[in-house]
Write a protein that binds this ligand. Sequence first.
Ligand code: BG6
Ligand code: MG
Length: 218
Amino acid sequence: DIKGFTFDLDGVITDTAKFHEQAWKQTAEEVKTPWSDQLAADLKGISRMDSLEMILKAGNHEKSYSHEEKVALADQKNKKYQQLIKQLTPADILPGMEKLLNDLKSAGYQMSLASASKNAPGILKQLGISDYFKGIVDPATLHAGKPDPEIFVRAGEILGFRAEEMIGLEDAPAGIKSIKGAGQTALGIGPATKTAVPDLYFDNTAEVSLAAIKERMA
Ligand code: BG6
Ligand code: MG
């Protein structure tokens, strides 16, 4: 029986994935890495420093920057990102997601957050939905980011259920891999997740509901 849900944030609960992309695109321009849809897709769900490394590598210049320069580039990206998310309000919750959180809560399920983003606690506050979550994994304490299973294992530990009793929600292939590695049921949202073969699939957030999930789990 399913008892809990482990949520990704960016691209699942709110459309901040587009702001991450916009900010990273600027970094790519600065380090002269050609931008592509593939690179943008590969960056989804990946931690801040790992994302920067991927951008440098895509331009073949991971060796051209010192550690300090890399930290400065990552800081710059985060400042740009924080500028872009300043205006986030509850109206920016993706279609269907507040109803889902509400329905899950009413039905007695527990929720935790498995976001790679250090900005996640602030974003939940801006969206007005912090109270739905029993806890948030602090990505600064992880040894490895998505696709490693650690973040979803930790999100599961917050809830205290067995892996088979939890469903993880993700919009990124790296996240689907992480959920599956943690032994939870992987719910993928959007065509990009298909490459990682989610256990349950929905085209968009509007189609994700407790009723639909129950139907597909039956
Ligand atoms: C993930 C996003 O949720 O968080 C990534 O999908 C982002 O795009 C990562 O790089 C880290 O976010 P932050 O806010 O800590 O830089
Ligand atoms: Mg995401």
